[in-house]
Design a protein around this ligand. Structure first.
Ligand code: GFB
Length: 317
């Protein structure tokens, strides 16, 4: 059977990341996609996940489902970020193993690396130092997912491996100011300030942290290429448990805010609120391995931000 005919389950297909992966697979000619919504299948419910796998019998699984949020949501809802993500991973990865899934790709996050990891961050830096406290529960859950995939590979030879995307953004992002990441938050704040004729916009933290932002459509393209060409053996054979996915360059939050202000057309000033946390000072991924595997990001942050602002204007403003 050709890969295009395989039954592929994308966990999290109603979210920004899973939705983009589903679209890319469909555009590439994959026709047998299994895309239950979160109301149809609660991934925290072990019995429901077990039933789903035995009924649907997926052959490939992309695990993009997760409880996600920005720096404040991570810090505030620490129990849910740890519990929900552990349950989703344990249920899906274990049932994939129990149902002989041929390949599983688990999506983690660059916050799994130590807060003060040398830059750019190579895959080997996992578990080499203290985590950033604001997102420690989320990072611990994601590390558990990486180790679960690795353990099923090492003990049973399961073709399960992980990828670590950097900070993501794009169409269908969460624009709720209390729970969102920085890009959708600033798009909404600058847009509102422009409409209200406000004189300034408040940006959390000092503006000095550096972040690497990857457009979600680029991420989806990378995942499809990895799914088509890379097996677990190729990852673990290099002495690593996962592969980084990033664009290779970063920007300060201060510069990002200025850029978003320009794109939105806000003419006032920017005020930094240093009572809010900065989080990790810098997290730039080393993407040498991904480049060697045949993929490089192509979307500039300016273009990606314009696309995201357009989506916001149509759907969420
Ligand atoms: O995007 P963000 O919440 O994620 O914040 P992290 C990035 C930076 O932007 C931080 C600053 O230094 C924030 O203080 N920032 C400025 C803002 N204004 C705002 C704002 O209005 N909203 C938000 N949210 N930030 C998350 C982790 O960390 O990154 C997760 O907590 C996950 O676990 C995710 O790894 C990718 O990069 O700081």
């Amino acid at each position: 059977m050709s890969l295009k005919e395989k039954r592929i389950y994308i966990a999290g297909s109603s979210g920004m990341v899973g939705g983009a992966i589903s679209r890319h697979l469909r555009d590439a000619g994959y026709r047998n996609l299994i895309l239950p919504s979160s109301t149809e299948l609660d991934l925290i419910d072990q019995v429901a996940v077990k039933r789903f796998f035995s009924e649907q019998k997926p052959e490939i699984v992309i695990l993009a489902a997760a409880k996600v949020g920005g720096i404040l949501a991570n810090n505030q809802f620490r129990a849910e970020f740890l519990y929900n993500n552990l349950m989703i991973e344990a249920n899906v990865i274990h049932e994939a193993f129990a149902n002989d899934v041929e390949k599983l790709i688990f999506l983690g996050s660059s916050c799994i690396y130590p807060k003060l990891a040398p830059q750019p961050i190579i895959e080997e830096y996992l578990l080499s130092g203290q985590l950033e406290p604001t997102n420690e529960p989320y990072a611990i859950a994601k590390i558990a997912g990486i180790k679960l995939c690795e353990s099923y590979f090492r003990q049973y030879g399961a073709n399960f491996y992980s990828v670590m995307p950097t900070n993501l953004y794009g169409p269908n992002d969460n624009f709720d100011l209390a729970t969102s990441h920085v890009i959708p938050a600033l798009i909404r704040k600058f847009h509102q300030a422009k409409l209200e004729g406000a004189s300034e916009v408040t940006v959390w933290g000092t503006g000095s942290p550096l972040r690497e932002f990857l457009f979600v459509e680029d991420l989806a393209e990378a995942i499809v290429i990895l799914m088509e060409n890379t097996d677990a053996e190729a990852i673990y054979g290099q002495g690593i448990s996962h592969v980084n996915i990033g664009c290779g360059n970063d920007i300060s939050i201060g510069k990002l805010a200025k850029l978003i202000g320009e794109i939105v057309g806000f003419e006032g000033g920017i005020k930094f609120d240093a009572t809010k946390p900065d989080g990790t000072p810098r997290k730039l991924l080393d993407v040498t391995r991904l480049t060697e595997m045949g993929w490089t990001a192509t979307t500039s942050v300016e273009y990606g931000l314009r696309q995201t602002y357009d989506w916001f204007l149509k759907h969420s403003a």
